[in-house]
Design a protein around this ligand. Structure first.
Ligand SMILES: C[S@@+](CC[C@H](N)C(=O)[O-])C[C@H]1O[C@@H](n2cnc3c(N)ncnc32)[C@H](O)[C@@H]1O
Length: 192
């Protein structure tokens, strides 16, 4: 199992103490309803998966390389009765998402764009999104001290993520620097 760099997870209680209400992210980005399927690259404990799933009319494919994370997300989905969450162990770097071209309405890239191949991940995201699809991105702020997050040397600021996204065919529809309940994160919505 070769995870992207610095993408190990602390205990779930600690991880989730860094965020406000997960649903607030989707509200801030205007993702109230998702018509069709969605994909999450690196679902972790399912923190954001279970917040998005009720807004998705189709399936939400929650991908993670780490079987512990896949099980945690699946257990959470089952406990909450969210049958549209399909958690899957998958290395998206070597194996992609497994979704067809233009088949997905929303992709989640949460705390993941610091991996070694962000452009490849954005290309895969672009490939699977429908023409009117969107990608939601969040990441740790780089200009303040944060209690966790990848080293600053590999932590991409929003402007760099935006440049990468534009190079792979996206345009930035929304950038939110101050999220309610999220002192250490910014969020961005990319339009295919
Ligand atoms: C920093 S965590 C973020 C989890 C979740 N997105 C969140 O924000 O709560 C990154 C996740 O990506 C997963 N991951 C790292 N490299 C991966 C790869 N190549 N394929 C699939 N998952 C990967 C890790 O196992 C980890 O669960």
């Amino acid at each position: 199992m070769v995870k992207g760099r610095d993408s190990g997870m602390p205990p779930v209680e600690l991880w989730e103490s860094f965020f406000g209400s997960p649903a607030d992210i989707f509200d801030a980005l205007g993702c109230h309803t998702v018509h069709g399927d969605a994909v999450e690259f690196g679902c972790g404990y399912g923190t954001f998966t279970v917040a998005l799933a009720p807004r998705v009319s189709g399936s939400l494919y929650a991908l993670d390389i780490d079987p512990t994370m896949v099980s945690a997300t699946a257990a959470r989905a089952e406990q909450m009765g969210m049958v549209n969450i399909k958690s899957e162990q998958r290395d998206f770097v070597s194996a992609g998402s497994g979704r067809l071209d233009g088949s997905v309405s929303l992709v989640m890239l949460f705390n993941i764009l610091h991996i070694e191949e962000p452009l490849d991940l954005l290309c895969e995201t672009h490939r699977i999104l429908r023409g009117d699809g969107v990608a939601a991105v969040i990441h740790w702020k780089h200009d303040i001290e944060t209690p966790r997050g990848p080293p600053l040397a590999i932590r991409p600021p929003p402007q760099l993520c935006r440049e990468w996204a534009e190079r792979t065919g996206f345009r930035c529809r929304r950038l939110v620097h101050q999220l309610p309940g999220y002192p250490w994160h910014w969020a961005m919505l990319l339009q295919r």
